[in-house]
Unconditional design. Structure first.
Length: 143
């Protein structure tokens, strides 16, 4: 998948989020979407550089803006690098051996916001768990 494949959807999403769909924002958001997994700013920068010259600081600023506006999720995997992904109501798993991060649907964890809210007697609007351990490949190698 190229950045052009997701550019139209990125433009539309930015407009719905109330952000001006500039070329740089479209390219950065498209790069996050194109990976289908949580990515670092460095990975986004490398992807954007395939089609457009954009400095690393600008990528970080755009990622921060997109996260602040709720267009993407930003989280720390326990490593130094922040990770970015799209979608809501999901959690993240970080393999402590290989460093890979993946999104996990909260439904696969058998809970939702209302169940958590009821159990804790809180007004919960979003749940994002951070899970750590070994991915299947690393668990087999350690086994």
């Amino acid at each position: 998948m190229t950045l052009h494949d997701t550019a139209g959807a990125a433009r539309e999403f930015l407009e719905q989020t109330g952000l001006e769909p500039t070329l740089n924002r479209i390219l950065v958001l498209s790069a996050v979407v194109a990976h289908h997994r949580p990515v670092t700013a460095g990975e986004v920068h490398a992807e954007v550089l395939r089609e457009h010259k954009l400095n690393r600081v600008t990528v970080y600023r755009i990622l921060d803006l997109l996260a602040e506006k709720g267009a993407i999720n930003r989280f720390n995997s326990g490593e130094r690098a922040q990770h970015y992904c799209v979608g809501r109501n999901h959690s993240h798993f970080h393999c402590t051996a290989c460093g890979r991060v993946r999104c996990i649907a909260n439904e696969d964890l058998h809970f939702d916001e209302s169940a958590v809210a009821d159990a804790l007697n809180l007004a919960v609007s979003h749940v994002d768990l951070h899970l750590e351990g070994l991915c299947p490949d690393c668990a087999r190698a350690a086994g």
